[in-house]
Design a protein around this ligand. Sequence first.
Ligand SMILES: *[C@@H]1O[C@H](CO)[C@@H](O)[C@H](O)[C@H]1NC(C)=O
Ligand SMILES: *[C@@H]1O[C@H](CO)[C@@H](O)[C@H](O)[C@H]1NC(C)=O
Ligand SMILES: *[C@@H]1O[C@H](CO)[C@@H](O)[C@H](O)[C@H]1NC(C)=O
Ligand SMILES: *[C@@H]1O[C@H](CO)[C@@H](O)[C@H](O)[C@H]1NC(C)=O
Ligand SMILES: *[C@@H]1O[C@H](CO)[C@@H](O)[C@H](O)[C@H]1NC(C)=O
Ligand SMILES: *[C@@H]1O[C@H](CO)[C@@H](O)[C@H](O)[C@H]1NC(C)=O
Ligand SMILES: *[C@@H]1O[C@H](CO)[C@@H](O)[C@H](O)[C@H]1NC(C)=O
Ligand SMILES: *[C@@H]1O[C@H](CO)[C@@H](O)[C@H](O)[C@H]1NC(C)=O
Ligand SMILES: *[C@@H]1O[C@H](CO)[C@@H](O)[C@H](O)[C@H]1NC(C)=O
Ligand SMILES: *[C@@H]1O[C@H](CO)[C@@H](O)[C@H](O)[C@H]1NC(C)=O
Ligand SMILES: *[C@@H]1O[C@H](CO)[C@@H](O)[C@H](O)[C@H]1NC(C)=O
Length: 811
Amino acid sequence: MRTAGNIRSVFWVSSILCSLCVSLQFDPQDNYLIDCGSRSNVSVGGRVFVADDFYSSFLETPKILVNTSSISTLTTFDSALYKTARIFNETSDYTFPIRKPGRHWIRLYFYPFINNNHNLSMAKFSVSAQSFTLLKEFQVETGNLMKEYSLNISSDSLVLTFTPSSNSFAFINALEVVSQPDNLVPLEARTVGSQGSFRNLQKQALETVKRVNMGNVTVYPQNDTLWRFWDSDDSYLIHKFAKFVSNENAVNFTSGFSEDYIAPSSVYGTATTLDSADPLINANVTWHFDVIPGFEYLVRFHFCDIVSNSSSNHLSNVYINSWLVSRNFDVSNLTSNNFGVPYFMDAVVKVSDSSKLKVSVGPYSLEEIYPVVFLNGLEIMKISDSTGRLNVFESSKSSSKVKIIVIVGSSVGLFVAVVLAIVIFLFCRRRKLALVGHSKTEDVAVNGMEGKFANRTGLSGTKTGYYFPLSLIQEATDNFSENLVIGVGGFGKVYEGVLRENIKVAVKRGASESNQGLKEFWTEIEMLPQFRHRHLVSLIGYCDEQNEMIIIYEYMENGTLKRHLYGSDLPSLSWRKRLEICIGSAKGLHYLHTGSAKAIIHRDVKSANILLDENFMAKVADFGLSKTGPEIDKTHVSTAVKGSFGYLDPEYLTRQQLTEKSDVYSFGVVMFEVLCGRPVIDPSLPREKVNLVDWAMKLQKRGKLEEIVDPSIADQIKPDSLRKYGEIAEKCLAENGVLRPSMGDVLWNLECVLQLQGADERTNQNGELPSQVSHLETGESTVEFSMTSMEDLAGVSMSKVFAQMVKEEIM
Ligand SMILES: *[C@@H]1O[C@H](CO)[C@@H](O)[C@H](O)[C@H]1NC(C)=O
Ligand SMILES: *[C@@H]1O[C@H](CO)[C@@H](O)[C@H](O)[C@H]1NC(C)=O
Ligand SMILES: *[C@@H]1O[C@H](CO)[C@@H](O)[C@H](O)[C@H]1NC(C)=O
Ligand SMILES: *[C@@H]1O[C@H](CO)[C@@H](O)[C@H](O)[C@H]1NC(C)=O
Ligand SMILES: *[C@@H]1O[C@H](CO)[C@@H](O)[C@H](O)[C@H]1NC(C)=O
Ligand SMILES: *[C@@H]1O[C@H](CO)[C@@H](O)[C@H](O)[C@H]1NC(C)=O
Ligand SMILES: *[C@@H]1O[C@H](CO)[C@@H](O)[C@H](O)[C@H]1NC(C)=O
Ligand SMILES: *[C@@H]1O[C@H](CO)[C@@H](O)[C@H](O)[C@H]1NC(C)=O
Ligand SMILES: *[C@@H]1O[C@H](CO)[C@@H](O)[C@H](O)[C@H]1NC(C)=O
Ligand SMILES: *[C@@H]1O[C@H](CO)[C@@H](O)[C@H](O)[C@H]1NC(C)=O
Ligand SMILES: *[C@@H]1O[C@H](CO)[C@@H](O)[C@H](O)[C@H]1NC(C)=O
């Protein structure tokens, strides 16, 4: 076993000595900032991006400048850069004179806007610099993005080449070529994992995969000495016992080389720590990052003890994936017991067969009590491979798929139409609503609308990071061994699998004989990578080799919530656990609705789509039907009805207008399922009780909800918490979507229920109830609720029936 001292000497590390760095801005020798396509200079984050013309001598190409004709909906700190763009319809070179050789940043800004003449999301192109391929067959479909590279340039010019793919064009919204301080990127670093060798970095190109500030604080370029963007770590963090701390005043950049701008005090001044309030907690703090397998990554850890100023040793272990980067790592020792002195270390890791890079810090020994474990910042940089590439592109996925949809769509069409007729017939008979007449005419309009929101274009470069070869999946699942089946659904079977790195995964394999669900398959692969949230199931990979439709998710030890509520002999979940599960899934949905610029509507919220990990933490799964929500100026998305019977929003059923409130409705159904521990539709019961929602709402209105509480938890529920819970569920199930609370309100109120329950339970040290218990603020529900029973169709997932119906999905 090596000692800490030995290992320390191996690292390419140094503590940072730099007096009051923050006020000293670095003065880059080469500093080209261009707001491409713009006729005026634009100031962003304290720097001026000059008008396109200013450096036009660097470029010889027919000039096409475009700008957004409508107001961009972007609200990022750098949104001013995305209003204009330059288009290249043939291969074009920018040639930047380089005054000082050495590493330079190249930052490329992309935002695929649409104006009268151009649709930038149709652009497909490659970008190269010197001998490196930065982007290959690159497409940006939605959203803005900035790509950052670091190249060591030894000649007196940098040539940046944009090459449109055939019959396409290239574009760029803004561009930076900026000198980096020397010493920022090391010449070599230790390799973690298989070999213990050092590697030569001086000639390699690097691509910044992530630059993260721990402590849940985003650091914007204006607050960084080198105008770097540091993403907040919250969305990468696996939230188990993690705590955010901040103490920027403690950061002590001591005297010395001020040319060293490793990271600003705003990064070192915040940290994510192991929440060791409980001395028995002994766990890792872990972050997950998406990476493309097959590349090596340079990972830089930033540490600064702002957490405790005791001089005792704080030994911790640092891991990447399951490899030990440093054992008995002790920042206070390395910084000579000086509180608040920054420190960093680098490691190179090769990621071969996983699209995840996991970084963990944890106590060095299981016996340690009150362990002090923290991380302040992290940078992950992809290293160019031997051919100078930074990107792999597996092309032609979606175009061939689309053809299959056409064929399947038309042959299945007839069958589906028949089934649909039956469904509509049954449905209308029950609802006694004239639905068929107007739904037919509306369909046409609906389809036209939907095209605008549909997101089914080809895979962009980032998603290829999730691609898994079939052989690896076969290996992981013992060639789809029946013994490893952990679930069977409409889509196919779900297998338990173990990847080579010993990571347990759930492998969902689409039934190959039916091509239903193909659209859902691609939707899920498109949607999932956009979300990183502890209450949303993470995508690990997918595979479509040999017409397979395989999606690999993180493994959820305890399966579906449904399984724990009824129909199995698993032990009954306590009321508290159930509340925590509701809160967890509400958080996941709240995040979906509000976490990005445009709301995502899940559309298939049900207990079978809420999964539980080994600690019974809830995660929302199955994004196959999810959909981007309405544009800012619209109130809803018009769309064909999909979802699962029993959970469907009645308003959505009748009007096909989808809003986040449809998820709220389904969530209300889940809440009653959780409370009563019975299926939503149970045809074996007397007629009035068949439909859980009808029955529970009836009792709720009479104030007799306790009659249907799951007997196994009846004695645990405090009357106050039941009353409040019933109220929330009732509001969620309001027939009129406008009267339903938002997921955020639901979440807040559920937390109150938990408090009510908790206060009562722990009771009575002082007998006080939490003061902040309020009622829902969404107005009184005056609409009489009457969701019709649909016992005949119990268990039928409507998506199966409607999957191929919508015309634009076939095109
Ligand atoms: C946008 O383009 C129009 C015409 O193409 C031009 O008149 C206008 O000045 C441009 N706006 C900016 C900000 O460049
Ligand atoms: C833009 O900034 C550059 C450099 O700071 C300056 O020389 C130029 O005059 C500015 N152009 C405009 C249109 O303001
Ligand atoms: C590119 O656009 C310019 C100006 O619109 C035009 O003159 C040129 O022929 C185009 N080149 C190609 C390859 O289409
Ligand atoms: C722009 O191009 C994208 C990708 O080809 C396409 O999905 C979208 O419908 C286009 N938008 C318009 C308004 O043409
Ligand atoms: C850049 O490359 C040169 C040799 O081409 C080397 O001397 C120098 O150390 C390199 N700089 C960095 C920061 O890697
Ligand atoms: C992290 O910060 C964001 C916004 O500042 C906040 O919404 C979120 O709740 C924070 N996360 C945690 C776990 O506190
Ligand atoms: C970032 O800089 C702005 C002004 O440039 C300042 O007001 C703000 O407090 C800084 N934020 C942090 C986190 O240092
Ligand atoms: C900062 O650290 C240095 C040693 O690296 C120490 O001498 C100095 O007292 C520290 N300053 C503060 C304010 O703690
Ligand atoms: C932390 O993670 C490493 C690597 O995955 C693992 O070996 C170790 O047991 C974990 N420690 C704790 C306390 O969970
Ligand atoms: C550091 O220690 C001093 C006394 O030793 C104490 O007053 C101070 O609150 C401590 N600061 C922190 C951040 O723990
Ligand atoms: C750091 O640890 C080494 C070996 O464990 C020890 O000899 C040295 O005194 C320690 N330094 C400080 C400043 O605690």
